[in-house]
Design a protein around this ligand. Sequence first.
Ligand code: FMN
Length: 263
Amino acid sequence: MKTIHTRVITFSPTHTSLKIARAVARGCQAAPAEELDLTCRQLRDTVRLGSDCLAVIAVPVYAGRVAPLALQRLKNVRGEQTPAVLLVVYGNRDYEDALVELRDAMTAQGFVPVAAGAFVGEHSYSRPGMPIAEGRPDEADLLLAEEFGRSARHKLDAAGGVEALAPFYIKGNVPYREVGKPTPQAPVWHEDDCTGCGTCVDCCPTMSIRMTDEGEVQTEPSTCIKCCACVKACPAGALTFDTPYTAMLHAKFSARREPEEFM
Ligand SMILES: Cc1cc2nc3c(=O)[nH]c(=O)nc-3n(C[C@H](O)[C@H](O)[C@H](O)COP(=O)(O)O)c2cc1C
């Protein structure tokens, strides 16, 4: 088998896309993959991946599209006829046009899709008492993801290179579904529970959280992307994101959805 370097490229505030990407990469090759995590990082210089690389690119679905900040962060990652496995991770509602949007963006940036998959991750708005895909990806998801990675690698090896890869069907529509302007909102800080550890400040992808000299945590609604990284990372449960969507999603989208694969 030809030596090929797997690069895992993710934007993943609550780590579900990252978990899927790592499992897929494990299936793609034996050696551990190099990782490029764009969650809290805007690349200043362009990263170029050659055709000796296999890129595993995973991003979350927001409103049936690729999370806008993920697309923006990915802009500085360029391929040169670089094979890629494209992954979107969604919170058990639907992924609508996100996977075709990711395909189009990455193809325009020099990547050649080998396989594409939509996997399920715990919804950012899932809460104790109102779970939405709680604990996913679980062991079964990760086994499927790894197997999917193996199949993608097999497809690439059997083709003998990207030149022999033909475009393939991916579920989703062009033009992509329209998304309205988001209403500014940010997590609420609960002073009595806070231990002042600063985890929330460190994990925010948009630097929308600051801690004052007095130890007060301030969240900025105008730049918050509602990813809930801080809510899930806070060891003391001192941040909550309160939205009526949680109850609606819990009521309507509790039936387990399974990963969908295209290649
Ligand atoms: C603003 C926002 C919009 C979302 N929109 C959708 C959606 O349209 N469909 C869905 O099933 N899940 C949706 N989700 C849930 C995420 O796709 C899901 O939790 C995903 O696993 C998060 O990925 P991450 O762990 O890599 O951050 C949304 C989450 C957020 C924060």
